[in-house]
Write a protein that binds this ligand. Structure first.
Ligand code: NAP
Length: 470
């Protein structure tokens, strides 16, 4: 099939008599979302023994989702996974439609009309809320918006973060909280040579934040950081890592939890914390302070966050399934800025069933419940958990389900790329092909080289499109 996307098409407007997925009658799949789960699903389809054409739809011109807009800029190695996705994108039966918002520029119903199967891989685009008083005060931010802002996401570049305060609090003890705390506590000069958006580097250079409190509702045995990310917090240049030794005097239940086979990462975390306490540094101007067994109950302040009320917790439950219960005792932690980092949450898409409680699309092994020839992969399938690589197996499992169902598929009504592209053009949608994206990519690399950064990403859609429409 042609490498060129412009005007490409299977040319079939009526279903062929031969089975879908056989030579000459490729399965036509629309993948919604270009993050890891979308690319891994595409790769699994190409590696299957059927004939398949994959069209990937992405809201922004730039692909890769959280690999571009979520991974912290000082974690350049994690972004290397893009090389794997590029190999998938080089497949001759891959089409990319960037700058196309499914639900706005094209509906799910229209995708179903043009594709034999739809794989939803649009991730979890918003944040969980705490549901406490004062959550919406000025200088109370979500980690999701902070990460998207420092990574130059076009929809977040205008977010202002007031970093004029000396004390910051980060609520949550997962890897996103670790990223936020590290970025706040590390020397901004160390971020200058990364691909962090320039507006963020400049703002962080002016930051007055000196102390970052990282608050977990459970204990050091349950913290969700991966060991590497926890170690990094203890190694920030010019920053003391402060943890009260009392937290390391753990209960028998915690010790039993650490002995469980699935607790290797927790055991490593615990060892890291013990090492930190044994070799505590002191006297640095900047400090990162770990708190455990404390849940936020209210944010207070006149005109902006000035303090967070924390309830002291005790643990309940069995080893491996312990949760925090409030004791009724509270303490007040003064702070001038607060970041809520308590997990991402999926957003409903019109025409797709949605579980409001879980923030996911209901499914059985990736098959969307009650929907015909529609599948789901990644965070919008299982919730916001796991590392990038976790999505590989998850997406492959979804593709297995799809392939299992394939003999019962009805062909889509209109099986023609040109029809999809015509629809988008009629609506004035300037869709971006993969070849277009490579031009934007080259321009970003060039801009980066000029200022000694790995790349300098465009932070608005108009500038990205400007590279193409000269
Ligand atoms: P996460 O790992 O689920 O952590 C969420 C944190 O918020 C937990 O400490 C959780 O505590 C806490 N929390 C939830 N609800 C709360 C509440 N009402 N009050 C107080 N605390 C609350 O989520 P994440 O940090 O957003 O990360 C999402 C996924 O992306 C994770 O799998 C993570 O590993 C991955 N990620 C990886 C990297 C990396 O590889 N470098 C970087 C970023 C993200 P409980 O444990 O008590 O629920």
């Amino acid at each position: 099939m042609s490498q060129s996307q412009e005007g490409s098409g299977t040319g079939q407007t009526t279903p062929s008599a031969s089975a879908i997925g056989s030579e000459g009658n490729p399965l036509r799949v629309a993948v919604v979302g270009s993050g890891p789960s979308g690319f891994y699903a595409t790769d699994a389809l190409f590696k299957s023994d059927i004939s398949v054409v994959v069209s990937m739809f992405e809201k922004l011109p730039a692909p890769f989702g959280l690999v571009r807009f979520g991974v912290a800029p000082d974690h350049a190695k994690i972004r290397n996974v893009v090389k794997t996705f590029e190999k998938t994108a080089a497949h001759e039966d891959f089409r990319y439609y960037g700058n196309v918002a499914v639900g706005e520029d094209i509906t799910v119903e229209e995708l179903k009309r043009h594709f034999d199967a739809v794989v939803l891989a649009f991730g979890a685009q918003t944040d969980r809320s705490l549901g406490i008083a004062g959550e919406d005060l000025a200088r109370s931010y979500t980690a999701t918006e902070f990460c998207a802002w420092y990574n130059g996401h076009p929809e977040y570049r205008g977010c202002g973060f007031d970093l004029s305060q000396e004390t910051a609090v980060v609520i949550g003890q997962g890897n996103v909280a670790a990223d936020v705390a590290r970025v706040l506590a590390m020397p901004a000069e160390d971020l200058e040579k990364t691909d962090m958006a320039t507006h963020a580097v400049e703002a962080l250079k002016r930051s007055k934040v000196k102390t970052v409190h990282v608050v977990g509702r459970r204990g050091p045995v349950q913290a969700k950081f991966t060991p590497k990310e926890l170690s990094e917090l203890a190694e920030i240049p010019g920053c003391d890592f402060v943890i009260d030794a009392k937290y390391l005097d753990i209960s028998d239940t915690d010790q039993a939890e650490l002995n469980l086979p699935q607790s290797k990462s927790n055991q490593r975390n615990f060892d890291i914390l013990k090492e930190v306490v044994a070799n505590a540094s002191a006297g640095n101007e900047r400090k990162l302070v770990m708190h455990f067994y404390k849940s936020p109950k209210a944010l207070t302040g006149a005109g902006g966050v000035e303090a967070v009320t924390l309830e002291i917790n005790k643990m309940a439950g069995e080893p491996g399934n312990q949760w925090a219960e409030g004791t009724g005792e509270t303490e007040t932690l003064a702070c001038g800025v607060l970041f809520r980092s308590v997990g991402y949450r999926g957003v409903a898409l019109e025409g797709v069933p949605f579980d409001e409680k879980k923030g996911t699309v209901p499914n059985e092994a990736g098959r969307v419940t009650g929907a015909f020839q529609m599948y789901v992969a990644g965070w919008i399938k299982r919730g916001p958990s796991g590392l990038i690589g976790t999505n590989k197996g998850d997406s492959a499992a979804t593709v297995d389900t799809l392939l299992c169902d394939l003999p019962n598929f009805r062909p889509a009504e209109v099986r023609d790329d040109a029809a999809v592209e015509g629809l988008l053009r009629e609506r004035g949608v300037r869709f971006v092909s993969y070849a277009d994206w490579k031009k934007i990519d080259a321009a970003e690399l060039e801009r980066g080289a000029a200022v000694g950064k790995p790349r300098d990403n465009f932070t608005d859609v108009a500038s990205m499109l400007g590279v193409l429409d000269v």
